[in-house]
Ligand binder design. Sequence first.
Ligand SMILES: Cc1cc2nc3c(=O)[nH]c(=O)nc-3n(C[C@H](O)[C@H](O)[C@H](O)COP(=O)(O)O)c2cc1C
Length: 488
Amino acid sequence: MTTRKPVPYKDLRGYLKLLEDKGMLVRISSEVNLDGELGAIAYRDLVRDGPALWFDNIKDYPGMPLVANIMYREDQLALALNGDADWANLRDIIHEGMQDRTPSNIVETGPVKEVKIMGEDVDLDMLPTPRWHEEDGGRYIGTTAGFVTKDPLNGNLNMGQYRSMIIDKNTTTVEIMGDWEVGAKPPQASNYGGVGDRNGVVHILENEEKGLPTPCAIVLGMDPLLTLSCGTAVPHDENGHGEYEAAGSWAGRPVDLVKCETNDLMVPANAEIVLEGEIVPYERVNDGPHGESTGFYNQHPSTFMVKIKAITHRKNPISFGLICGRIEDYPRPLMRSNTLLDVLIAKSGLTNIKEVFFPDAGRSGFLIIRAKITSPEQPKQIIDAAYEHMRYRWVIVVDEDCNVRDWNDVLWRIVSSVVPDRDIYRGREYEYRTPHPGSIEFVPPTYGMAFDATFEFKVYEHPRPGVAQPSMKMMEHVASRWKELGLS
Ligand SMILES: Cc1cc2nc3c(=O)[nH]c(=O)nc-3n(C[C@H](O)[C@H](O)[C@H](O)COP(=O)(O)O)c2cc1C
């Protein structure tokens, strides 16, 4: 259990207040429509590194606000995680929370039960749900939602972030990456590395094999730490603790959970809105097109269908959503880099790997691996391990002193250390069929390509001159004086 100082908020509202108090949130009171306009405003704000947005005046939805762009910037994450606005510090906090979970707190009731809408009265149209991209095939209610299910075999709860499109007043999709036609076998759950890292689909298909529906809950408007945990691969620990308990550790306090009205799933008691429902067995529906994190629209003609049986929500609920794209209101590099590092070291035993970085544009498989190289064969060993244990197409290995978040640094190493016929390797064939970006088709396996962009142990015709920049030691020294020098 973590000993971190608790974050100064307990829900989305508390976090939004913090942002607003610090001048990091802008309220938009002019009318904005849900048909592409709201999404485009959020997108333009994202690419300009702008503030969090609170849409107060949504056409046809008086009194129903929606917030966006609240957790993508380093300063926002620092606030959310009660840490320094420094990548390495945030990375360490995330890492610690994954290792050391904080058990959740079960409560009798909570704010999310203030209003209950049951059965026939359910109408998803009551919530302001954007058509985020103009050519989306529908309104996407789940873009930062937590999709909760229970493992039918061991009872573990899982909360994954999977998209949901509204079909009618009480029906949505839930699109879990993969090829899940009726009759598909449950994939083997893995911590990371293949299609099987989506736990939700394992639960659905295990139930479906027995002809059973899968009870589920779609949680909307969670605090940012719960949103972080559901959008990344958080393995269950030996106590069955998963996303809720990782978020509790990051928060420095337990997450309050309350039981659903129509099933026995536990959901965050301080969420804004919960949609309770059931995945209908042997039913598949079309999801999309939807503008995706690959940067393209995609579509899944055979997606799971959810029947919503109840909506519970706070009074004046605040919706929270994101426009998917090459950059998003979600720090995938921060979250995924941590998981990948742990998994790669655990599976390969290569402890000289210091960092695995998954950049923003890395959706179709791009890894930069930073390592301490102490012998000539190590870069190739790392490349082989990456292809053996991960499903990424592009792999770049760099020395320990590389700033993997700085493209200029990474490219400088490729340009100055890679001799193409010696240092570029063809990766192994994919074991899994992977969706081709932008296409609805699943393409046949393909090969990867890896670059050994390390300097150590490379033999050049002329010896490599010294690198013209301050030493690491000197950089650390000036970093320790930074605040005293009046710099931030
Ligand atoms: C913003 C965002 C949207 C996502 N949308 C989807 C999605 O629509 N379908 C999907 O399979 N995975 C999606 N993911 C990835 C999963 O949330 C991620 O793999 C997560 O680990 C799944 O949870 P699980 O490991 O508990 O199954 C998304 C992630 C983020 C951050």
